[in-house]
Write a protein that binds this ligand. Structure first.
Ligand SMILES: [Zn+2]
Length: 308
């Protein structure tokens, strides 16, 4: 039997990936569109997504109606249940835009929306055959995105199904600014952009510079790196003790360079604490760029247990 095919769309703050993905997780076609922001930009982007889906179907000798549906993953905050985007931080002008209804109206297909970190985790679960496991993913990028796959479904919280676990507080005495209004939250300390800003405020060229100087044994870098490691251990500890996952996935741009360092830190920190965290494995994200579109396709093929 021929593979079934889904449209898969990953909407980020700078670009939008549009792909066709088979039910075996194979990315068949791919294109990248620029993300437009501001009034009316969502409507323009949806027209372009539709155009891309039509074009990519034609490349594969398919019509739009041959697709099983379209899965969209998007940078939050979003309301998966209503199909709306509420993200003034990276998608200004898209607020309250119902992307599910819009894309359904122009394609005639079933359309499903999911948070991008949940989508990436669904992709990782599928690509690694982790169905039946409990998997925690922490993605260190511009912010910190956290998602949990609990055997057959994505962990949900609140009415919009968008947990905010990247904002767990790791040092309540800090008064640094975060848009969550809680100083000392994990994201405000350990997102890629937070580390960069912090290192630069201390006079280093970048976080890479601070890290390299610490590794080289420079005395001035020791105190700051010790502090940062304490914050990292606290953030991961909070999440690991709450979810006790079988598998921890570390993803996001920061982990392309610091996976080994961070995985080592976690292993040392949790060593001997099996009463608290049980046995677990740590992996880097398998497909840094591709997991989200594969995850978006899994929304269509029905292994995401999305219903409320
Ligand atoms: Zn925060």
């Amino acid at each position: 039997m021929a593979d079934q095919v889904a449209g898969a769309i990953d909407i980020g703050g700078t670009h939008i990936r549009v792909s066709l993905v088979s039910d075996r997780g194979e990315v068949l076609t791919a294109a990248t569109l620029p993300t437009l922001t501001g009034a009316g930009s969502a409507q323009v982007c949806v027209r372009r997504m539709h155009g891309q889906l039509v074009r990519q179907c034609a490349q594969r000798g398919l019509g739009l109606a041959d697709l099983r549906g379209v899965g969209i993953v998007c940078a939050g905050p979003i309301d998966c249940r209503r199909g709306e985007i509420h993200n003034p931080y990276t998608l200004p002008g898209w607020e309250a835009y119902n992307i599910v209804a819009s894309l359904r109206a122009c394609t005639g297909l079933l359309v499903t929306l999911e948070h991008d970190v949940n989508g990436a985790l669904l992709g990782e679960v599928f690509l690694n055959s982790w169905q039946g496991k409990r998997v925690l993913m922490i993605s260190f990028g511009t912010g910190i995105g956290v998602a949990v796959y609990d055997r057959d479904r994505s962990f949900r919280a609140g009415t919009t199904y968008h947990p905010e676990m990247g904002h767990v507080v790791v040092d309540a005495c800090l008064t640094n600014a975060c848009y969550c209004r809680h100083g000392g939250c994990f994201e405000s300390l350990w997102s890629g952009s937070a580390l960069q800003a912090r290192a630069q405020a201390l006079g280093y060229a970048s976080f890479d510079d601070l890290f390299a100087r610490w590794q080289a044994g420079e005395t001035a870098a020791q105190g700051e790196m010790e502090r940062l490691q304490r914050y990292f251990r606290a953030g991961v500890w909070n999440l690991m003790t709450i979810f006790k996952p079988d598998i921890l996935v570390l993803g996001g741009g920061l982990m392309q360079r610091y996976y080994d360092f961070c995985a080592g830190l976690i292993r040392r920190d949790l060593d001997g604490l099996e009463d608290f965290v049980e046995s677990y494995q740590i992996f880097p994200m398998a497909l840094e760029d591709g997991s989200a579109v594969v995850g978006a396709s899994r929304l269509v093929f029905g292994d995401a247990a999305l219903t409320a």
